[in-house]
Design a binder for this molecule. Sequence first.
Ligand code: PLP
Length: 384
Amino acid sequence: MKVYLDNNATTRIAQEVLDAMLPYLTERFGNPSSFHSFGSDLMEDIEAAREKVAVLLGAHAEEIVFTSGGTESDNMALISATAINPLKPGLVASTVEHPAVLETAEYIKSKGYPVGLSEVNGDGTLNMNSLERLISEQTGLVSIMMANNETGVIMPVEKVARIAHEAGALFHTDAVQAASKIPVDVRSSGIDLLSISAHKFHGPKGVGALFIRKGIDIPPFMLGGYQENGMRAGTYNTAGIVGLGVAAELATAHLSEENCGTELLLEKLENGILEKCPGAFIVGADVERLPNTATVLFRGVESEAVMTLLDLEGICVSSGSACSTVEESSSYVLAAMGIDPVDANTALRFSLSRYTTGREIDYVLEVLPPIVEKLRDISPYANR
Ligand code: PLP
């Protein structure tokens, strides 16, 4: 049995998405920017996809710019928005942002502009006092993710947007993990810029979008063509964009179906783990989290060992963000929450998708507890 519970790293492409994309990789291969109709007719399909993405976010179609994914959307939002007003070149983000934001923040800082990173609380929520202290007259952009990729903890974006606006700054949110899992409404939330990525919600890899609220005039990010109204040059990834559109349409439909999602299965998984693995600790258990994500500390048992044995049984989970698994250090997100590094090294992230089944969760609850128990018996850290 293969059980894939690493959906925050990436998801399987939905069959409907694949079916919609295939013609654009075969007979409909034209360039949408061409003069002739074989190419230019494809603009209609690009615009239809734009509309579907806009519906998912509560935006207008003309506010959506297609990109190559979440990383590019985050780079574009931060670099372009801090360049609008020379009197307000500063950025405030948080210590638990994705590296696409953190490393871009580091780049902005290296140019000599003020950058501050807000702290988080022990439960993974944003520390509002820390955030407010960092915002100054020089702050042009505040960027706080809608939900964290490792813990699933949901951030108070409406509140942060209000605080940013009071200081005359714009507000960006990285909604790469949140979009499709919780309702997103850019209008009522006061969001100015928002990043999404198709492969996190059953679309293809290498395509995403940035929402830019109408009236915000940010400079272009990629130069070399006038695609996307000159905001993002480069030949259209037609198949990818069509796939993103269908994935967004499916996500919108699934969000409106009651209890069709992952919430009940996640609850079953968490309760089963707490019951069968004594000492297991769910990170952010008491705060609002995405309905598909649980990071669990199995204190005394190194996560790498558990992951390896689970892998042998066909179960895929992760020890945090996919992007940091090659690094030796433990999760910077858990460190920012004040979790002891030894305990952080025992963290496993389970991330479900709408394709996850009850049988798969039963299988995990059958296989995981004896693995944890066996490893704990031989671990030198078990009785710290
Ligand atoms: N932001 C968050 C919160 C993510 O989880 C990820 C991917 O893991 C990204 C940005 C980067 O997205 P992409 O893989 O589309 O570049």
